[in-house]
Design a protein around this ligand. Structure first.
Ligand code: ADP
Ligand code: MG
Length: 323
């Protein structure tokens, strides 16, 4: 079966006239359109299906949080300020209690990040949520995936690996204390999109992407788009505390291959690092330097002894992972 990205580039990459307004086309975290003299519009969409993106019986509050947060994370990765979204909802039945709880949670996240629901569509069918989110940018100010340069440092916000443990916990594959269990399930269901950090990246970062499909895969997208490689020191990864304490049994693979942490991966020249760390401090989010961009187009993951780590960096692919 064809891979997700092969299908997109084979069939969808050139449909309709360009209209001279598309600054960033298919292939980044969001499209960017030149809509006015001083303003660009960033647009992104994510579909979440019950039983695929969240377990069937996830609470409506958690589904709403995740559905909006993953879109906000793509806006953050472009440096866009959240503005408006539309909501496509497919529901098996008109359960008002379910819809009420979903809407209340959606309102909390939308209020927190300053994004307005302005339309959508509702239909009867298997449970799924589709959100199309838009944000604004100063003209030409998008932070794309393709600007990383040799010598740039690679940084990651927040922590990695918590969401992987969250799924393991739901699947009963890992034994955790009550607090840790809650924390990692929250990492999976209630991501905290790094919007404030994203909005400050213009002029500091050379490239950015959010970690949705796995750090290895998402970093590879950024490297490919930029035509460069990188060396990453695994020992520097800001692993979630619950993950860090189990590193000897877990190894690095879930942290590299599983996604859903919705942190930002950022590249920046060394001269911009002070500014970036100051920005992260203002946004109350940690930022960790995990490696360096190199000209040879290859992702090298180095283990604690500095030798090449041979684990899988595959990450998530909807079509491959079905087969
Ligand atoms: P992300 O993980 O950042 O949300 P994806 O991996 O889902 O991005 O998608 C990669 C790129 O392909 C994005 O630019 C997205 O807009 C585009 N894309 C995904 N599905 C389609 C589709 N069916 N038609 C056109 N573009 C698509
Ligand atoms: Mg993304």
């Amino acid at each position: 079966m064809a891979r997700e990205f092969d299908l997109i580039s084979r069939y969808f990459h050139d449909i309709g006239p360009d209209r001279g307004t598309v600054r960033v086309d298919i292939g980044d975290d969001a499209a960017v359109i030149d809509v006015a003299d001083t303003t660009d519009l960033a647009m992104t969409m994510d579909v979440l299906i019950a039983g695929v993106h969240f377990p069937q019986h996830t609470t409506p509050a958690r589904i709403a949080h995740k559905a909006l947060a993953v879109n906000l994370s793509d806006l953050a990765a472009m440096g866009a300020t959240p503005a408006w979204f539309t909501l496509g909802l497919s529901l098996p039945d008109a359960d008002e209690q379910w819809v009420g709880a979903f809407a209340r949670s959606l309102a909390v996240v939308a209020g927190q990040y300053g994004i307005r629901l302005v339309g959508g569509d509702m239909t009867r069918g298997p449970l799924s949520v589709c959100i199309n989110a838009c944000g604004t940018l100063p003209s030409g100010g998008a932070v794309q995936r393709n600007g990383a340069k040799p010598g740039d440092r690679v940084l990651v916000s927040g922590s990695i690996g918590g969401a992987a443990l969250g799924l393991d916990s739901y699947l009963g594959k890992i034994d955790l204390g009550e607090d840790e269990q809650q924390a990692v399930r929250d990492r999976l269901d209630r991501p905290e999109p790094r919007c404030a950090l994203g909005c400050g990246l213009q002029g500091l970062a050379t490239a950015a992407i959010d970690v949705s499909d796995g750090l290895g895969q998402d970093l590879t997208h950024l490297l490919t788009a930029s035509g460069v490689g990188a060396s990453i020191e695994l020992a520097r990864l800001p692993l979630h505390p619950a993950y860090r304490s189990r590193l000897p049994t877990l190894g690095y693979e879930p942290a590299i291959g599983f996604g859903d942490d919705y942190e930002l991966l950022i590249t920046a020249p060394t001269g911009a690092l002070d500014g970036l760390f100051a920005l992260a401090g203002q946004c109350e989010v940690t930022l960790t330097d995990i490696g360096v961009i190199e000209s040879q187009p290859l992702l090298r993951l180095l283990d604690d002894s500095g030798t090449r780590w041979n684990g899988s960096t595959a990450g998530h692919d909807h079509f491959r992972d079905r087969s």
